[in-house]
Write a protein that binds this ligand. Structure first.
Ligand code: ADP
Length: 420
């Protein structure tokens, strides 16, 4: 028995076919790395750098010829000998394999008696040659096959992409339609509960009726926030957010948003510090949308900060923009999630924490809040990002959101809007 620990990577998509080769190699004492997919084979070869690669040629996706050519063109893998293994041998297979970059060629099923010696020879540096004339012809054939494969793949991808876009549009249209349908009755419920709430005080109604009216009011408010966010996200997606720019004092707007959350902050025993914001220039912005953006960030700061934590909101002038900063002492966000949280429907928290409350600790919503924030800020020509050391629910490193808004928007379409 050969006492060697040479490492052999065996690329084969058919588990049944691989069994015999594996057994023979194992008996010979080789360390065998099995890979059943072409693309994965490239990664594994780069990472593990085997002493020899046995390559099945007929595989779905990238075939053995294409993978060999790729491996022979990578600096980290070009010196690894590659031996092609092919079943149902047809004429020219050996030359094709050598033209693609293989160092040798063995037919399948393997000959158990000669296979170990063949493998050992390739490990010692055996390299099969092909006549120059044959090589040129096979190389041309190889290049043609690669281009054909590329063309088929691009066509398939294009079709798949068109189908995905079609399905995505159906989904978006449905969301828009459904939310518009919801909005109309909701406005009625919302309006009439408001009216009822103002009436009940004068009507001397039983306490449980008053409580019911209160609850309907809170539920309607929550529902209209969700529907608003859905409509806003669909408008942002379609680039149809219509901004009405007016001169706005960020200090006044932020203070008014903070007022809306005073009760929630009190219930969560949090400390809220509103930093100095006076002497700032007014910015040209849409009051309604900017209010929603600030509210969404502040609501998150409350939700993802434990009871007793602190939140700070401040604003500084940076050249021709204002940087509105919302900092919390909450659970923080991992570096690789910092961009994704601004995508729509992206939620990090487990759905077990999902909550309809706008302030409950870790009570995640539908994952629309931050995509509305980004859409609104970008529609103003601004930028939004988050800084955080990482996620840690015990240490609570906190998060800092920046909403940078130009004082005068440089977007020509928005300027026109202000002038009209
Ligand atoms: P949701 O409605 O789930 O809160 P958002 O779009 O507002 O959706 O936020 C997306 C995700 O980003 C949240 O699920 C949460 O995990 C994370 N996140 C947002 N703000 C904070 C924050 N201040 N601290 C920690 N994580 C946050």
């Amino acid at each position: 028995m050969q006492m060697t620990t040479s490492r052999i990577m065996y690329v084969e998509d058919d588990p049944a076919a691989s069994l015999l080769v594996q057994r023979v190699l194992a008996v010979e004492g080789y360390e065998v790395i099995e890979v059943d997919d072409g693309l994965a084979a490239i990664e594994v070869a780069r990472e593990k750098h085997p002493d020899l690669i046995l390559m099945d040629i007929n595989m779905p996706g990238l075939d053995g010829y294409a993978i060999t050519t790729k491996l022979k063109n990578l600096p980290e893998t070009r010196d690894i000998p590659i031996v092609a293994l092919t079943a149902n041998v047809i004429e020219g297979d050996r030359d094709r394999a050598l033209a693609a970059g293989c160092d040798g060629y063995l037919p399948k099923p393997i000959d158990v008696d000669t296979f170990p010696d063949e493998v050992a020879a390739f490990l010692r540096g055996k390299h099969e040659e092909v006549a120059e004339k044959v090589l040129v012809a096979r190389l041309e054939e190889h290049a043609r096959r690669l281009v054909d494969h590329l063309q088929t793949t691009v066509t398939e991808l294009r079709n798949a992409n068109a189908e995905l876009r079609r399905v995505d549009k159906i989904k978006s249209d449905f969301i828009v339609l459904a939310s518009h349908e919801l909005r109309t009755p909701l406005t009625m419920i919302y309006g009439y509960t408001h009216l009822l709430k103002s009436e009940v005080g004068q009507l001397d109604l039983p306490a449980d009726v008053v409580m019911m009216v209160e609850k309907v009011g809170v539920a309607a408010e929550r529902l209209s926030r969700v529907v608003d966010d859905i409509v806003n996200v669909s408008l942002i997606d379609a680039d149809q957010l219509e901004l009405e720019l007016t001169p706005i004092s960020v200090e006044e707007l932020a203070s008014s948003v903070v007022d809306d959350f005073k009760q929630a902050i009190y219930e969560r025993k949090q400390r809220l510090e509103v930093g100095p914001m006076h002497d700032l220039p007014k910015i040209h912005a849409d009051q309604k949308y900017l209010r929603r953006a600030i509210a969404n960030v502040l609501s998150n700061a409350i939700k993802y900060t434990p009871d007793g934590g602190s939140i700070q909101i401040k604003c500084i002038e940076t050249g021709d923009a204002l940087d509105l900063i919302v900092q919390d002492s909450g659970i923080g966000i991992n570096p690789d999630e910092r961009d994704r949280i601004f995508e729509k429907f992206y939620v990090l928290e487990s759905t077990e924490f999902h909550s309809t409350s706008k302030s409950q600790f870790r009570g995640g919503g539908m994952g629309l809040g931050l995509s509305v924030v980004r859409g609104v800020v970008e529609a103003h020509g601004g930028k939004v990002w988050v800084e955080s050391e990482g996620y840690d629910e015990v240490r609570c490193p906190g998060s800092t959101f920046h909403l940078v808004l130009p004082i005068e928007s440089t977007r020509p379409d928005l300027k026109r809007h202000t002038e009209t």
